[in-house]
Design a protein around this ligand. Structure first.
Ligand code: PLP
Length: 392
């Protein structure tokens, strides 16, 4: 047995990432001396907070090559997805009543799709191939003359698939349909240019990119074309009237600093994730020859390694690995007991989905931690399989 560290090794970066200490340092003054309301225009307390929020907005915009005015701060990607989908439909209905989305989207996109379907709209949910990719011909065929919105995520949170955003954007542009992408797992990790990719709305979550929980943003295109969208939260008319409520400067600054760092270190972060992925995946294959990778082998986010281990239930495996903080699926779905719908959408059986581990890593993961994880998973698989043989 290898030495068991006191605290489990954190390998669940798709559920949330650690707060970068540089982000915390940037946030802190806005919880202490700079406590002003950013909407107070009459004194320096307000001005300082306001200027910090606007600088943060510029940092967020820069990462996706957007104009700062197009960034709306929210409480996170869940809220951004709610606003993008229901906000666009509130403005588009009844003339345009049709939503196109994909089976492997995050629960909050799919739940909003269900809401649209229950409230007089029509919804098409497209399947994906074995890699988790949406088929562009199918997507094209699904769009009709009353389609308001196409919503396809940037990077999948369970299996790391990167969708062809530029191709989807071009297709939507050609058909005169808005394109929304849930980029919670892609923002600051893969290069995104909203103009080049034809993206009209884009959801961001700070805590998936080394920022704090409870803050995110929605990019809403302001021109060519200006997106018609109605707010969900009414009040003082902050954030261009799209999201009322006093902004939390420390949270906005946290997202802004996380964005600034991610933009500056994107190549380095991606290279590190790739290096760790190769080490992990090679180590796992050497130790467990029948292990299978879920999601694409190449065009993927490298900080995700989702694997199916035949004959071993993930639940059993995880019980043997208290020293590893890994997941058997999406954080939002786990606890429900239902095997992952994402894995079933790429053709895994329910049974296989129950034999699946999601290992997520990134900026603060070391090669030593990856090596330790490989050793421990190998031990746990061997022990679990031995038990299976002992109990017929
Ligand atoms: C985490 C996540 C969300 C939800 O983001 P929050 O900021 O936690 O609300 C939405 N979509 C995807 C793909 C995610 O990974």
């Amino acid at each position: 047995m290898s030495a068991v560290p006191r605290k489990p090794i954190y390998l669940d970066y798709q559920a949330t990432t650690p707060l970068d200490p540089r982000v915390f340092a940037a946030m802190r003054p806005f919880l202490e001396e700079h406590f002003g309301n950013p909407h107070s225009a009459e004194h320096a307390y307000g001005w300082i907070a306001h200027e910090a929020v606007e600088e943060a907005r510029r940092h967020v915009a820069t990462v996706i090559a957007a104009r700062p005015e197009a960034i709306i701060f929210t409480s996170g990607a869940t809220e951004s997805n709610n606003l993008a989908i229901r906000g666009v439909f509130a403005a588009a209905m009844p003339q345009r009543d049709h939503l196109v989305t994909v089976a492997t989207e995050h629960k909050c996109v799919l739940e909003n799709a269900r809401w649209i379907a229950r409230h007089g709209g029509r919804v098409t949910i497209l399947p994906v191939d074995r890699q988790g990719l949406v088929d562009l011909d199918r997507l094209c065929a699904a769009i009709d003359d009353r389609t308001a919105l196409v919503s396809v995520m940037a990077v999948n949170n369970e299996i790391g698939t990167i969708q062809p955003l530029a191709e989807i954007g071009a297709l939507c542009r050609e058909r005169g349909v808005y394109f929304h992408t849930d980029a919670a797992q892609g923002f600051g990790k893969i290069p995104i240019d909203v103009d080049e990719m034809g993206i009209d709305l884009l959801s961001i979550s700070a805590h998936k990119v080394y920022g704090p929980k409870g803050v995110g943003a929605l990019y809403v295109r302001t021109s060519a074309p200006r997106v018609r969208i109605a707010p969900l939260i009414l009040g003082g008319g902050q954030e261009r009237g799209l999201r009322s409520g006093t902004l939390a400067p420390h949270q906005c600054v946290g997202l802004g600093e996380a964005a600034r760092i991610a933009g500056a270190e994107m190549v380095q972060d991606a290279e590190q994730a790739h290096h760790l992925f190769c080490r992990l995946w090679q180590g796992l294959q050497d130790a467990v020859p029948d292990i299978r990778l879920n999601g694409p082998a190449t065009k993927r986010w490298w900080g995700n390694c989702n694997v199916t281990i035949p004959g071993v239930r993930a639940e059993d495996l995880m019980a043997r690995l208290p020293d590893l903080a890994i997941s058997s699926g999406a954080a939002c779905g786990s606890g429900s007991g239902e095997p992952s719908y994402v894995l079933q959408a790429i053709g895994r059986t329910r049974h296989e989905a129950e034999q699946t581990l999601r290992i997520g890593f990134g900026r603060f993961t070391t090669t030593e931690e990856i090596d330790h994880a490989v050793t421990r998973i190998a031990e746990a698989v061997a022990a679990a399989r031995a038990n299976i043989r002992m109990v017929p």
